[in-house]
Design a protein around this ligand. Structure first.
Ligand code: BEZ
Length: 213
C-alpha cells in the first residue's frame, strides 16, 4: 500500500462484485469514476448512502461518471442487502458493490484506518478522471453519512475547470459565477475566453459568469 494523493494514477485492480468480476479500468472505460467505501453491509448509514446514490444515478450518468461501491463483505451478503436498500430507500441499486472480503481494494486504496476501526473500511471517496488520475479524495468517519450532492458539485467544478481557465469559489454550484485563474493575464485572451466580461474585485480576484452557460 502506498499513500495515494491527488494527481496519482488510480491503481487498477480486479475484484468480485454484486454484478460479477470487475476490473476497474475496464469498468470505467473513458468515463469518470467514483469509488467509495462504506464500513459494512446491513448498517443504517450505508443503507441511506447507497440508496441515495442509486436515486441520483441519472445525475452521475449526465456527467459521464460511473460509480463503484466497496465493502469487505461477500457477494451473497451484498445481494441480500441490495434487496433491503431497494425496499427501504425506494430505489434500484443499479451499480456494482465490490465484495472485498480479502481487503485487496481496501488495502490498495488505504480505506482501513486501524486507529478508527481495525477491520472495517472508513467512508472514503475517490474521484477518478478519464485519464485514471485521482482528482478528489475525501474521508468521512463511519458515523457520518457523506453528502453525495457535494460529490456531484465537485465533479461539476472539475469538469468545468478542466475545460476553461477558471476556478470555482466558496460554495459554488453549477451556474454560479466563477473566478478567472490568476495565471491568465493576457487581456486579449481574456476577452476571447470570457466575452461576457469580468469584474476585478482585486487584481487577483476576477469574477466572470460561468463560461459554458
Ligand atoms: C453505519 O451505519 O455504518 C454506522 C452507524 C453508526 C455508527 C457507525 C456506523
Amino acid at each position: 500500500m502506498t499513500t495515494l494523493r491527488l494527481g496519482d494514477t488510480a491503481p487498477d485492480f480486479e475484484q468480485d462484485s454484486s454484478m460479477g468480476r470487475i476490473r476497474l479500468y475496464d469498468y470505467l472505460g473513458d468515463s469518470w469514476g467514483v469509488l467509495f467505501s462504506h464500513p459494512a453491509d446491513f448498517t443504517p448509514v450505508c443503507t441511506t448512502e447507497l440508496g441515495y446514490t442509486a436515486l441520483v444515478s441519472g445525475e452521475f450518468a449526465k456527467r459521464n461518471v460511473k460509480v463503484l461501491a466497496v465493502s469487505v463483505d461477500d457477494v451473497d451478503s451484498h445481494n441480500r442487502w441490495i434487496d433491503d436498500i431497494n425496499d427501504t430507500q425506494n430505489c434500484e441499486v443499479n451499480y456494482p458493490i465490490l465484495a472485498d472480503a480479502d481487503r485487496k481494494v481496501a488495502t490498495l486504496y488505504d480505506m482501513i484506518h486501524p486507529n478508527a476501526d481495525a477491520t472495517a473500511t472508513v467512508r472514503s471517496v475517490f474521484v477518478i478522471d478519464p485519464a485514471k488520475k485521482i482528482r478528489l479524495i475525501i474521508t468521512y468517519p463511519a458515523s457520518t453519512g457523506r453528502n453525495f450532492d457535494e460529490i456531484l458539485r465537485v465533479i461539476d467544478s472539475l469538469q468545468l475547470t478542466d475545460n476553461h481557465s477558471v476556478a470555482t469559489p466558496v460554495n459554488w454550484k453549477h451556474g454560479d459565477d466563477v473566478i478567472i485563474v490568476p495565471s491568465l493575464q493576457d487581456e486579449e485572451v481574456i476577452k476571447q475566453k470570457f466575452p461576457k466580461g469580468y469584474v476585478a474585485v482585486r487584481p487577483y480576484l476576477r469574477i466572470t459568469p460561468q463560461p459554458d452557460q
